[in-house]
Design a protein around this ligand. Structure first.
Ligand code: FAD
Ligand code: SF4
Length: 490
């Protein structure tokens, strides 16, 4: 049965028809969209680890699921990069079958509790919900996804999926971010012995070293990793492929296929004067040290500069995570400096709203041009160029243009540069024969295959900085393509 037939069959199930008819569309659409319960801003800025969004209660989830009209043509699904069967899992929630809802999510998404928290749903599935055409708020698909996945974890119903018998073949994975984890899970299901090599001492990629716990708790990621362990996947941490292990070493170890999900962990800088002063650092350094090395703790042996007046340069999710972390580490003034207006900010709307509630200042239409130092070589202030919006540029966003002579000096003692990332060059440089783009990304075909026949790649190393769901989707696609390739060889 293909996907469309399965979706139709599910929609035509007797219970589903009965449920659909139990309330009119008018009644359903009269229900107001649920509000995500969250910790009070004055309390939450005291904790780096307590999750801000506390999750829907069962009553809230049941009511929100009731809003969904179970459309014959569910346009929401068109907005989901991995094609989650959205109305099917939502209707399982409406009838109180939470474990079944989670099972449906897992058919297409290997990390539903993660995606339910961090996906930009407002630009994906929810942006396509039919409610928009009625001038109403969309169904809270992301909150419901998180609800079902959390229910499964908390109630201990996360099951090891059906695994095919071992086929005697070994495959290696470089990197344990969402791309690598989803590839590993799918290959384990297909009967392969899977070993994931990770450069850091922790497994999870950006999910652990980048996104802070107050947004994505480690226990959520660890539950997924534990499931992979139970499926037989093994992990080798502190192993840098391209340095500790070469391409030849991996073949000598008996691996017949290799998936590269090494991400984009190389920070970009602006190249302006003063960027090398003490107190100026990248978001990557700042977040990794706080999240993985406990550098925000009072008794840390390698503490990070806490800063009383902290400026974060950029307007993406990484910038929001950094500025909200700075607030939690006691900054009296925590600022976002962004050269466009708020409308153009790439960060999720929820993250921007949360940052504002937590007292973050937004200096939009400002661009740093220089950092000035005190007598000890430490940053003391930044010179900001005021901007205005001009014509749209190649990205379709209105281009920021400098207002001549409009420069102001703002005192700062920490600057965190968060203007994007580039692919880690290690694997692209170490594997001879890989086709690498001018931006340093690995070039793949529509099956995520590289120019080396046994090497596949996906996630940020292919896309540059993208999203968790796209990385996860790449890992899954690469698994199915590599399986096809290796099956043909034997
Ligand atoms: P990564 O998650 O980067 O994982 C790559 C892994 O490979 C890392 O663990 C790295 O240590 C390892 N590695 C690298 N080189 C080697 C090597 N040579 N040998 C062995 N291991 C290696 N996306 C969203 O959808 N929503 C969000 O809210 C969001 N917020 C974000 C916040 C921050 C702070 C950051 C940095 C990113 C955010 N993103 C968000 C983007 C998202 O996290 C990434 O697109 C996604 O994690 C990419 O997954 P990946 O598996 O390709 O790479
Ligand atoms: Fe439900 Fe909205 Fe999807 Fe229709 S478009 S099935 S109302 S979530």
């Amino acid at each position: 049965m293909n996907t469309n037939e399965l979706i139709t069959e599910r929609r035509n199930q007797e219970w589903r028809e009965t449920l659909r008819k139990s309330r009119s569309a008018k009644e359903r659409s009269a229900i107001e969209r649920v509000k995500m319960p969250e910790l009070d801003p004055s309390y939450r800025i005291t904790s780096l680890t307590e999750e801000v969004n506390t999750g829907l209660t069962e009553e809230q989830a049941l009511l929100e699921a009731t809003r969904c009209l179970d459309c014959a043509k569910p346009t929401c699904m068109e907005g989901c990069p991995v094609g989650i069967h959205i109305p099917s899992f939502v209707k399982e929630i409406e009838r109180g079958r939470f474990a079944e809802a989670a099972t449906i999510l897992r058919e297409t998404s290997s990390l539903p509790a993660v995606c339910g928290r961090v996906c930009p749903q407002e630009r994906q599935c929810e942006s396509k919900c039919i409610y928009h055409s009625m001038k109403k708020e969309p169904v809270a698909i992301g909150y419901l996804e998180r609800f079902a996945a959390d229910w499964e974890r908390v109630n201990g119903t996360m099951k090891v999926p059906e695994l095919q018998p071992r086929n005697g073949k070994k495959v290696a994975v470089v990197g344990s971010g969402p791309a690598g984890l989803s590839f590993a899970g799918d290959m384990a299901k297909l009967g392969y012995e899977v070993v994931v090599f990770e450069a850091l001492h922790e497994i999870g990629g950006v999910l652990k070293y980048g996104i802070p716990e107050y947004r994505l708790p480690n226990e959520v990621v660890d539950a997924e990793i534990e499931l992979l362990h139970r499926m037989g996947v093994s992990f080798e941490t502190n192993t840098i492929v391209g340095a500790t292990l070469s391409y030849d070493d991996i073949h000598d170890m008996g691996f017949s296929g290799l998936f590269v999900g090494s991400g984009a962990g190389l920070p970009n800088f602006m190249g302006i004067k003063g960027e090398n002063l003490v107190g100026v650092m990248s978001s990557n350094e700042y977040l990794t040290r706080v999240n993985l090395m406990n550098a925000g703790a009072e008794d840390s042996e390698t503490p990070v500069f806490r800063g009383r007046s902290v400026a974060v340069i950029g307007g993406g999710n990484t910038a929001m995570d950094s500025v909200r972390t700075a607030k939690r580490l006691g900054a009296e003034r925590a600022m976002i400096v962004y050269r466009r207006s708020e409308e153009e900010m790439p960060a999720r709307i929820e993250e921007i709203a949360h940052a504002k509630e937590e007292g973050v200042e937004f200096l939009t239409l400002h661009n740093p041009v220089e950092y000035l130092s005190n007598e000890r070589g430490r940053v003391r202030s930044m010179l900001l160029q005021k901007m205005e919006l001009g014509e749209p540029d190649a990205s379709g966003r209105r281009k920021p243009v400098a207002i001549e002579g409009a420069i102001e000096e703002v005192p700062v003692d920490v600057v965190i540069v968060s203007i994007g990332v580039s692919p880690n060059p290690l694997v692209p440089n170490a594997f001879k024969g890989l086709n690498v783009s001018s931006k340093g990304t690995i070039v793949v075909n529509e099956n995520n295959a590289t120019d080396l026949p046994d090497v596949y790649a996906g996630g940020d190393i292919v896309r540059g900085g993208a999203t968790v769901i796209l990385a996860m989707g790449d890992g899954r696609k690469a698994a199915s393509s590599m399986h096809e390739y290796l099956s043909r060889l034997s």
